[in-house]
Design a protein around this ligand. Structure first.
Ligand code: ADP
Ligand code: MG
Length: 369
């Protein structure tokens, strides 16, 4: 932790602390080897305690055996400058990637006086890069999904039509064996249709149609389906849902998201497990927690569970969480997951958008689901 100093050189004449607020670490090392750390971020990136804006001997803040000390004194000795240089520092079991730039300072006579160094935590850039990669992947997938869904739907509709005619014929003729086989085929087609619908959900980004919606109504509509699934799997369902005023969201998509999370929770548990659905308003956010008492998610899979087509189940599609994440993002929210070895909680977060007052509502009073 850095220690504040009264004469903070990063504070401009207007009192605006530019250096303190910038999202890069800044420090200066003079030719005598005294270091001036200008902002908290520089102290954090170097993992040191230093008075901000005050010149102190380098060895006092950074022990000589630290890689960072060697780097700074090496720059001083060589007069070399760093340009977009990626540094990797290890401290115990922690690894830090830092993007560093340094530039030398000369006095009015042109004599070398020291150097400034700016540092940027690459941890943040990596997160950004992962986000961009995921978004690009989603966009490509959305195109493939839309094309595939279209190509599959037409022949499927034809086959389904013929099968329905056959079903009627076999039923009228009392051909029980053929009738049963036809119904099995129709059921399989139903599953492919459900998969196509899910693919389409992924491809139709930003198709959110916000309407006044009531969380209680959404959960009540899901109740019969979830209870049946839970009962069949020997799972107990608990609810801890705050009574909330109506808000703006796409009720169809919200239902889909909760259904997917609850299905995953049920599928993760052995008989005797407990599924808990809890919801509350926290400030400007709506939080919906879907928790299970299953085995949890191993940490090495955490990064992958939201990937499209990632599944650990024999009959899984790997689409559920990708769809939930898309729905949350399209509502301006996100999904958080916590899993600590025993049990998992998925939190669906979205901004709580209250309805406009009755006088602002152009279509009369809100229609609840
Ligand atoms: P699917 O359910 O078809 O496998 P999802 O996208 O819904 O696809 O989930 C991806 C993977 O995430 C699952 O296969 C499972 O490994 C993991 N997962 C999701 N929810 C849970 C949970 N509640 N407990 C443990 N693992 C889970
Ligand atoms: Mg699933």
């Amino acid at each position: 932790m850095a220690v504040r100093c009264d004469a903070d050189p990063g504070v401009g004449a207007d009192g605006w602390n530019v250096v303190g607020r910038m999202n890069s670490g800044l420090l200066y090392v003079d030719k005598r080897g005294t270091v001036t750390v200008f902002n908290e971020l520089a102290a954090q990136l170097l993992d040191i305690e230093a008075p901000l804006g005050k010149a102190v001997p380098l060895g006092d803040v950074l022990p000589a055996d630290r890689q960072e000390h060697q780097l700074l004194s090496g720059l001083l000795a060589s007069g070399r400058e760093l340009k977009n240089h990626v540094l990797t520092w290890t401290r115990g079991d922690r690894i830090r990637h830092v993007l560093a730039d340094s530039f030398n300072k000369f006095d009015p006579l042109g004599v070398y006086a020291g150097f400034y160094m700016m540092m940027k935590d690459l941890g943040d850039l990596r997160t950004l890069e992962q986000h961009v990669q995921r978004t690009e992947k989603m966009a490509t997938l959305a195109k493939i999904a839309a094309g595939l869904a279209h190509e599959l739907r037409n022949p499927l509709t034809t086959v389904k039509g013929f099968l329905q005619v056959m079903e009627q014929k076999f039923s009228a003729a009392g051909q029980a064996g053929d009738l049963q086989n036809t119904r099995i085929m129709l059921k399989e087609i139903g599953q492919v249709e459900a998969l196509i619908d899910e693919l389409l959900l992924l491809s139709q980004a930003h198709q959110v149609q916000p309407r006044p919606c009531s969380l209680q109504a959404v959960l009540e509509a899901l109740e019969p389906e979830l209870s049946a699934q839970a009962e069949a799997a020997g799972i107990q369902v608990r609810r801890r849902v705050e009574v909330l005023p109506p808000f703006l969201a796409d009720p169809v998509l919200l239902t889909q998201a909760i259904r997917h999370l609850a299905e995953n929770a049920i599928e993760a548990m052995e008989p005797g497990g407990v599924l808990t659905i809890a919801a509350r308003r926290s400030g400007d956010w709506l939080e919906i927690d879907v928790s299970d008492t299953g085995p949890g998610i191993p940490y090495y899979l955490m990064d992958r569970i939201f990937d499209v087509f990632f599944t650990t189940k024999d009959r899984g599609t790997g689409l559920g969480l990708a769809i939930c994440q898309r729905i949350a993002l399209d509502h301006g929210g996100e999904i958080r997951v916590s899993s600590k070895g025993f049990g998992t909680t998925f939190r669906f977060l979205m901004p709580f958008r209250s309805l406009p007052g009755p006088s602002d509502c152009p279509h009369g009073p809100p229609v609840l689901l």
